[in-house]
Design a protein around this ligand. Structure first.
Ligand SMILES: [Fe+2]
Ligand SMILES: [Fe+2]
Length: 247
């Protein structure tokens, strides 16, 4: 587990200079983060409404408000980095709530929160070092502290269930969440590939089919005069006069 975390940190460090190479890329990444944080906020606030456990409700509410603030902070930073950048379609979907507590129950939901927040901590630690000494570095630092709290409280809840003799259930919940996250990642990459394919297809259509039609129209114009031609000036007045004339 430790080796896996170290390896993913190394990959994140390696990818950061490429993924965040210019203001447009920075703005697009930040807009993507804003969408993800908004989706988390909505799910956490929904979970706070749905749970009957007062302790969980308090934690989920605080967590939801944190995520909502993060979304606003990322959105504002994206606008500062580059004006007019829009969230990409495959990332916009992350802003939608998934209603996970109702679908999965409390233990699996908390396992999901813990695994997701651990990933967020790893990612934001790397980005906070990458942008150290800049406004963006300070932003990642501030958000990182909240993510560490989310990671700790969810771990504490899982440990409590283990201490109550529900260790096997916790292990099963963690395994189920890891499988679900793999499936979600697979679907996400499918959407991304779909977006790229549609863009490529539209490019081919615009560069081949449209000029082909223009060519056919030009040939038809030079031919025997049949085919489509621009309409000449119409004189509707005669028709109108005819229509007004008594029979
Ligand atoms: Fe967050
Ligand atoms: Fe978080």
């Amino acid at each position: 587990m430790f080796a896996t975390t170290q390896r993913s940190d190394f990959m994140l460090r390696l990818a950061a200079p490429v993924a965040w190479r210019n203001p447009a890329k920075v703005a697009a990444k930040l807009r993507g983060f804003a969408a993800t944080e908004l989706g988390s906020a909505r799910d956490m606030l929904l979970a706070a409404e749905q749970t009957s456990n007062p302790k969980l409700r308090r934690l989920f509410l605080r967590h939801g408000l944190d995520e909502h603030r993060h979304s606003k902070m990322f959105d504002a930073a994206a606008k500062r980095a580059s004006v007019g950048v829009r969230v990409r379609a495959y990332e916009a979907i992350h802003a939608e709530p998934q209603n996970l507590l109702e679908r999965w129950g409390e233990m699996r939901f908390v396992a999901f929160v813990h695994i997701s927040e651990s990933k967020a901590v790893a990612q934001f630690s790397v980005l906070s070092s990458h942008f150290a000494g800049t406004d963006l570095g300070a932003l990642f630092d501030e958000i990182l502290r909240d993510e560490q709290f989310h990671c700790r409280y969810s771990e504490h809840l899982l440990d409590q269930w283990r201490a109550e003799g529900r260790g096997r259930e916790v292990d099963q919940a963690m395994a189920a969440v890891k499988r679900s996250l793999l499936w979600m990642a697979w679907r996400r990459s499918g959407r991304r590939i779909g977006d790229l394919l549609v863009t490529a297809l539209m490019l081919v259509l615009y560069t081949t089919v449209v000029p082909l039609f223009a060519l056919i129209a030009r040939v038809a114009e030079r031919g025997d005069g049949s085919g489509w031609r621009p309409a000449g000036p119409s004189d509707n007045s005669a028709c109108l006069e005819d229509a007004r004339r008594p029979l």
